[in-house]
Design a protein around this ligand. Sequence first.
Ligand code: ADP
Ligand code: ADP
Length: 225
Amino acid sequence: SPMIEARDVTYAFGETPALRGASLAVGAGEVVAVMGPSGSGKSTLLHCLAGILRPDSGEVRFDGARIDTLGEADRSALRRDSFGFVFQFGQLVPELTAAENVALPLLLRGVRRTPALRAARGWFERLGLAGMEHRRSGELSGGQAQRVALARGLVAEPRVLFADEPTGALDSLTGEEVMTLLVDAAREKGTTVVLVTHEARIAAYADREVMVRDGRVNAPAGVAS
Ligand code: ADP
Ligand code: ADP
């Protein structure tokens, strides 16, 4: 069965329908790019898959089990223990150093500070961030901050990495560098990735692309669904 799956999911923000029967199944180890115009429902779909939002109707399954029926505490534990997240603009905690930011998911899982920071620092060299461990987000370039955010998404070896426009705030060369690092790290660990982007050049790094339009998921033009 798929690693993560939405079946016929609907979601509305008040009167605004964001998803109108969206279905998407992502296999273990697969890297899928969710594309589509602004406002089509990409972020909402990602948030439903990741257990951040609960759909109004339909099903979300992780590793075969329903997660949309879980309460807030169980979904929060699931996100902490099984999922990693990378967002646009990185969303680093400004008061913390880069290494502390990367260590956060481990600390939340109960790993002690010293081993958590050791594991966090292990990511800096491979992501081209050697020497940046003690900087705060305001002392990093956009590309550096986004690589720190990537390390934070991967440090706890999540089963699924959710990335919402992870290169959206970067220039094209830096964005491609971040995508290369993301996809290489995911493949090395067999991490399943669901990536939202509106840029074809970024989606090209994925194994598969799907299009969201008006709250539904379609195969890209020219591909039978
Ligand atoms: P995308 O990620 O493709 O840009 P979104 O999933 O963010 O699309 O949004 C889908 C629709 O839901 C849009 O009409 C958007 O304006 C609306 N929407 C998204 N988030 C909110 C929110 N927090 N409150 C109200 N409407 C929202
Ligand atoms: P994205 O498409 O990546 O979600 P947006 O800029 O559309 O980025 O949305 C940024 C934030 O604003 C999100 O938290 C989203 O839920 C919220 N948002 C989007 N559209 C609306 C809206 N119409 N009303 C209120 N909040 C919205």
